[in-house]
Design a protein around this ligand. Sequence first.
Ligand SMILES: Nc1ncnc2c1ncn2[C@@H]1O[C@H](COP(=O)(O)OP(=O)(O)OP(=O)(O)O)[C@@H](O)[C@H]1O
Ligand SMILES: [Mg+2]
Length: 326
Amino acid sequence: MTLAELLDKDSLRFLLFGGKGGVGKTSNAAAAALWAAEHGREVLVLSTDPAHSLGDSFAQDLSGGEAVQIKGVKNLFGLEIDPRKAYAEYQQMAQQPEMEGMGEMGGMMGLGDLTDMTAPGADEALAFSKVLEYIQECEYDLVVFDTAPTGHTLRLLGLPEMLDSFFGKLIKFRLRMGNIFGRIKSAFGRGDSEQDNSLEQMEKLKENISAARIELSDPDRTRFVIVMIPEAMAVAETERLLQALYEFQIPSSHIITNMVFPEVPDCTFCKSRKEMQEKYLDQIREIYDDFTITEVPLFTHEVRGLPTLRRLGELLATGTLPELGE
Ligand SMILES: Nc1ncnc2c1ncn2[C@@H]1O[C@H](COP(=O)(O)OP(=O)(O)OP(=O)(O)O)[C@@H](O)[C@H]1O
Ligand SMILES: [Mg+2]
């Protein structure tokens, strides 16, 4: 299936763009989202990279915490998720009176401090669960993810597993503690009138995570597009990324080789770079022969703003780069 066919596929709901730092994830995610929106789909483009640049790409502020319409495009909405905000929300929940004592009790039971989510990656974990919650409540035809560079995204992809077991433990523990506290309270004549919705919130989060795992592993609904540049380091990193995608059962069938040097007559520098890239392009075609590979040339300018994103989107979707000014 070509990238064009993939973008046109009605059942596709989640399209993730990932790869090494600086290879063009944001630009390609933005361009694909724009193309889909201008071809009749209701699209949300979402950045999960804490170092956001999606807003830059559209030359518009997307950091307000709510999806906003991309100016000048009817069906396109954008949002940069803020991990710190999601983390603050979790902390608020963990600090509710009925959660008191869970830290030490968790430690005593060998589960670790259940209210401590300061472990590396925890803020991302929470941001991710926030994303899932958000997606399930929203009515978009397609959600395009602009992910962070590989290392961070790998952690993110492993999070449903991690969170599932984390919240599983938390819920079981809370239930057990709830029974004990309940008995103590009734012995002292205090009913269960105090409001307690932390358990409900955790259950909801856990359900969202399980549902997302099913969605993200369904090849009809989800695809992870790997963006890379034809250089040695990018090839090595793609291997790592692919292994993780396989492990987390996230379908991936398309690669974008970005910033491919164009033919420039009488330029020895360009010729030498092109030869270097050709060597890696051959390697990529050979190693990933079961993937659909789309080549994107190095543009003369940065890929920013609607006109350039539109050209790139057209190239991704049709395989042909429109002439400038078209
Ligand atoms: N095909 C291209 N031709 C010319 N410039 C490009 C191309 N693709 C991307 N760029 C430019 O390269 C820079 C990096 O691109 P982009 O931000 O899309 O990469 P990224 O992978 O999202 O980076 P990060 O890992 O920092 O999030 C940007 O300035 C972008 O405009
Ligand atoms: Mg980016």
